[in-house]
Design a protein around this ligand. Structure first.
Ligand code: FES
Length: 173
């Protein structure tokens, strides 16, 4: 296992922020997808409240923007946990037990794929090959890959991350 990663620095959603973020795509026909990606990169998801801003910018109806955002599974529609954990489900990781590992991880976190833990710390997602097959099974936490993951190392890692999240929440009070 590698060192604990620093959490991605996402910004809190506000209409002002969403409006500022998507401005660079003004006058770029067909750039709605890029604007949605930029929004997700900045705040971690595509907030429903940003739909009118995007509709106005691209001269579309809200329903059209909503349709595009819903069609692509890449776009999260709700606020993610502080950390996003992706568990590899592809062949090499499967051969090294990722299915059983996934089941144990879900049990340990108390949430399924595409869900967030009750404390808001972790969102669990699937991923298909992280390019680290020689060290299967692999997971990715935010942008950091961890190889040869066991349930014990997973529990240690998530305990450290939860501790960091708590410290950071207390520090911001
Ligand atoms: S199959 Fe999991 S990293 Fe390649």
């Amino acid at each position: 296992m590698m060192p604990v990663v620093t959490p991605a620095r996402l910004q809190e959603f506000s209409l002002e922020l969403a409006t500022a973020v998507v401005q660079e795509f003004r006058d770029q026909p067909g750039a709605l997808i890029n604007a949605l990606h930029k929004l997700q990169e900045t705040i971690g998801y595509v907030d429903e409240a940003a739909m009118p801003v995007l509709a106005k910018l691209f001269n579309l109806s809200r329903a059209e923007v909503h349709g595009v955002a819903s069609f692509y599974h890449d776009f999260r529609r709700s606020k993610p946990g502080r950390y996003t954990i992706r568990v590899c489900q592809a062949e090499a990781c499967q051969a090294m037990g990722s299915e059983a590992l996934s089941a144990d991880i879900k049990k340990h976190l108390g949430c399924g794929f595409h869900e967030t833990t009750a404390d808001g710390n972790f969102t669990l997602e699937k991923v298909y090959c992280l390019g680290n097959c020689a060290c299967s099974p692999n997971i990715m936490v935010d942008k950091q890959t961890y190889g040869r993951v066991s349930m014990e190392s997973f529990k240690n890692l998530t305990a450290k991350l939860a501790g960091k999240a708590l410290t950071s929440r207390e520090g911001s009070k």
